[in-house]
Structures are given as structure tokens and as C-alpha cells.
Write a protein that binds this ligand. Structure first.
Ligand code: UDP
Ligand code: MG
Length: 324
């Protein structure tokens, strides 16, 4: 039995050694306590770091034969890094975790227990203790709204930290969409799921890679990737406006018949022009978002390019991975 742990890393030189140490300690201790012993592999995916991350990973790989690495030719984003890890993991189950120790490795034994009990996805859920208040409120609001709109269920506090059975991994790798929104994909594949809770942690070192702009764009991705309701909303809004306009035209027409033509109408005219213009622009924008996504999907570019790896890839090229 083999357990793979995937760790996406982007400029994590400050914490990478600590993370490896902690992970190895937890896994080695756990392996020995089990009736049915297992082996583990750690897959560090270097997402085009510009600091010493890769050098440190390579140095660790010399000491630890469990350590595998994949290094990208540039920064492709965490979604691509996770996909690479999932595509190359050989384990019977796979655990995805961040490199900054915000996902506590101590939870891994409990996750493995859940998997042994027959769950295909064992999901770690954090609370938001110690998080920025404004960020927490924004997140609450976002989840409230998004769960009304999208077709998959998304829960606050649930991220990428989870254990996946190889069935679930195969399902995720088989979804080759270019715009990957993992939170939605994990929920979409289903399978038997168990949630375990943990206390929120702060980064062990280094800093977050998620600026406000990046978070906003991620939020919009979540909204658009899993449904076409915004398109429908534009349609509904259009019909609503036509309905209101018809009523207005009718009223004005009756007034004209009763009192003759009423020339002063500047305010109503300009309001109508502005509102309808605004609605049209928003609708074109929504259409544009979808068309933009279609544009990237049809190109079918690989999700990532590998600079180097110590995983045997003789029979597995990047394009094979895409077709899997
Ligand atoms: N990460 C990545 N590629 C990126 C950005 C982030 O692989 O382009 C990794 C990062 O190294 C970390 C994880 O994704 O292991 C989560 O990132 P971070 O801790 O910055 O996010 P936060 O915890 O603040 O949401
Ligand atoms: Mg983090």
C-alpha cells in the first residue's frame, strides 16, 4: 500500500525544510503503528519558484528516497501544480496539502483512518480563528451567495487539504478542462465524503501568494466555472426591462392621446438610455467571460510544462498526462 502526499510550492524556501521534516516525522511514526504497514511518497511540485525552493527540494531528495519532485518551466498556478501531482502520484490514496504548514500534518493519521473506513474523500475543514475580520466576513458572504447560484455545494473553511482515494484521483485527472476550479471539481465528483475539523493555523514562514486581485479573480472563476446562470440572469433582466418599457410606453401613449404630446421628457429619456446602456454592457461582459473561457478551452494547451522531475516518466509524457 502506498500513500502519496502532493505539496504545491511557489516561493516557499523559508518553510520547505520544516514542512518536509514535520511530514516525514508524522508519516514514519504512523507507518509503524499500523497493523497493515504502508509506504509513502512525497511529491513536491515546484510551481516555477524564483527563490531557493527548488535547490532545497533537490537537496532534500538526496537525503530522502521518498521524496519526488516535479518542477515547472514557469509559474502555472496552484491548480496546475495539484493536477501535475495527481497525474504523477502512484499512491492508493493521495493527500494534497500546502507547503506552509497551514495544513497540519498531524491530521494525516486521522485522514488515513477515515479512508480505511471506506471514505473516498476525507476533507479537512478549518475554522477562521485568527483570520482577518474583513476577509472572514467577505468569505461568509461569498459562500452564501455562491451556494444559491452554482450547482455544486461549496462550504466555507474547506479547501484543497484532503485525502482522495485513487478512484477520486482518476476522476479528477480525467477532467481536462483548462479553467480548473478545484473547490468545485472536488464537490462535483462526489464519492463518499467525510469531514474532519481542525483549528486554523497561520503560515509557518514566508507570505501568502493570494493578493486581493487574485482572490477576486478566483471568486469570479468559482461563479462562472460551474453554471450558466449568469447568462440566464442577463436574459431575465432583458425580459424584465422590456416588460417595464412596454408599460411605460403604454402609459405615455395614453397620456399623449388624452393631453397631446408632452415635450419635456429629458429626465425619463436620459434615465432610460443610461439604464439600458448599462444593462447591455453588463450582459456583454457576462457573455465575454464565457466566451473568454471557451477560447482558452478550445486551444487545448497543456496545463503545465515540466522543466525537470525525478519521477520515472519514460512512458508518460506531458501530453499523455493530458489524455489520461
Ligand atoms: N501556490 C502554488 N502556486 C501559486 C500560488 C501558491 O503552488 O501560484 C502554493 C503555495 O506554495 C502554497 C499553497 O499553494 O503551498 C497555498 O498558497 P498560500 O499559502 O500562499 O495561500 P493561502 O494559504 O494564503 O490561501
Ligand atoms: Mg497558506
Amino acid at each position: 500500500m502506498l500513500i502519496s502526499v502532493i505539496i504545491p510550492c511557489f516561493n516557499e524556501a523559508e518553510v520547505i525544510e520544516k514542512t518536509w521534516e514535520k511530514l516525514s516525522e508524522v508519516l514514519t511514526a504512523d507507518e509503524q503503528h499500523r497493523d497493515e504497514p504502508y509506504m509513502h511518497e512525497l511529491i513536491f511540485v515546484d510551481d516555477g519558484s524564483s527563490d531557493a525552493t527548488m535547490a532545497k527540494i533537490k537537496a532534500l531528495a538526496c537525503q530522502d528516497h521518498h521524496l519526488k519532485y516535479i518542477s515547472f518551466s514557469r509559474n502555472f498556478g496552484k491548480e496546475a501544480a495539484m493536477l501535475a501531482g495527481l497525474s504523477y502520484a502512484a499512491g492508493d490514496c493521495v493527500i494534497i496539502m500546502d507547503a506552509d504548514l497551514q495544513h497540519p500534518p498531524e491530521l494525516i493519521p486521522e485522514m488515513i483512518d477515515g479512508w480505511k473506513d471506506g471514505y473516498d474523500q476525507v476533507i479537512a475543514r478549518r475554522n477562521r480563528v485568527g483570520d482577518n475580520k474583513r476577509k472572514t466576513m467577505a468569505a461568509h458572504l461569498y459562500y452564501k451567495i455562491i451556494n444559491h447560484i452554482v450547482d455544486v455545494k461549496m462550504t466555507d473553511g474547506i479547501g484543497d487539504f484532503r485525502l482522495l482515494d485513487k478512484k477520486a484521483v482518476a476522476a479528477l485527472v480525467s477532467m481536462q478542462e483548462y479553467n480548473r476550479f478545484s473547490k468545485g471539481l472536488f464537490s462535483w465528483i462526489g464519492f463518499k465524503q467525510k469531514i474532519i475539523n481542525y483549528e486554523n493555523r497561520q503560515r509557518a514562514g514566508g507570505e501568502t501568494k493570494w493578493s486581493f486581485k487574485r482572490l477576486l479573480s478566483y471568486g469570479i472563476d468559482g461563479l462562472i466555472s460551474f453554471n450558466n446562470k449568469p447568462l440566464r440572469a442577463c436574459c431575465v433582466l432583458g425580459f424584465f426591462l422590456v416588460f417595464i418599457s412596454l408599460i411605460y410606453i403604454l402609459i405615455t401613449f395614453i397620456q399623449i392621446i388624452a393631453h397631446g404630446v408632452d415635450v419635456p421628457g429629458y429626465f425619463t429619456l436620459i434615465s432610460a438610455v443610461l439604464i439600458i446602456g448599462g444593462v447591455q454592457l453588463i450582459s456583454i461582459g457576462v457573455l465575454g467571460e464565457y466566451i473568454g473561457r471557451i477560447y482558452y478551452e478550445v486551444k487545448r494547451r497543456p496545463h503545465f510544462l515540466i522543466q525537470e522531475t525525478n519521477i520515472a516518466t519514460e512512458n508518460k509524457t506531458v501530453s499523455d498526462v493530458r489524455k489520461m
